[in-house]
Design a protein around this ligand. Sequence first.
Ligand SMILES: [Cu+2]
Length: 332
Amino acid sequence: MNTKAVLLVTLGVFSVVLLFGANSAAQVTRHYYIAAENVNWEYAPSGRDLIHSSLIPKPWTNFTRWKKTRYVEYTDGTFTAPKAQPPWLGVLGPIIRAEVGDTIQVHFVNRADGSFGIHPHGVRYTKDNEGAHYFGFDGTAPGAGAQVAPGGSFTYTWIADDDSGPGPSDPNSIVWWYHSHVDEPQETNAGLLGPIIITRKGMANADATPKDVNREFVTMFMIFDEAAGAERGLMHSINGFIFGNLPGLVMNLGEKVRWYLLGMGNEIDLHSGHWHGKTVRFHGRQTDVIELLPGSMATVDMNADNAGTWLYHCHVADHIDAGMIATYTIQP
Ligand SMILES: [Cu+2]
């Protein structure tokens, strides 16, 4: 090899290292430590119907506390220190975030008493990382992460690819579901569900939150069935709270606020989330009602320029009576 050839080979190796270096610098893997745990859940922590300033009405008066199974986030792989989540997130599991191009790793531990897993919507995964238990028509077996036995663990790897992120007419971040999917109806009703938020490439802060809004809220409309269909156990909740007990939907005057709305549940779970006080922008139009069916996901933006405390409720008549109501506050 003459001197010229050696120089060319050296330059070639150097540029490969440069390219690889640039790629690996841009590669981000976001780790989440999530356990499934049994909890006692209180749907009305104040003990009151705060909307009507009265007792919780019948038949729920003495039936606001029920056993649930939740996704609880921890700070690291020792699973000893729970990570605080905003009070408004309620019964939902932690927000799993990524920017398009990122990899998500969810380290899951099952501390509950059934076989559970985590199935994500929206993101890209292999069969082993699908987190759903079923057999295919062609005999395809469930993937490795389909179900995690009590005491077991599994690490899910998901990719936030281009098709996971906002489309051309979407806001700069959008919401997706995650939930357990061994016996899906039973497990979502138990409380094993939460949000994934994917931010457009180049529009994310270091923590993957979107740069173009001041504040975000996630609200889920769902009737949890706690007593085999009996009315006293039908908890018409937003994030697991009823009759005005959803805390912390507070923003400051002038803020741009992104609301992520989710629906889940059964055939009675047709909801229409409605804000008093302000409208929101949804796919280029203004509205103040968002329609939600089970499994639905919607992302809307609000200009919080009208100070006050305002109603935020499902517009289905029976659901209003049953307490699917909250309030939000725009501070002056
Ligand atoms: Cu409703």
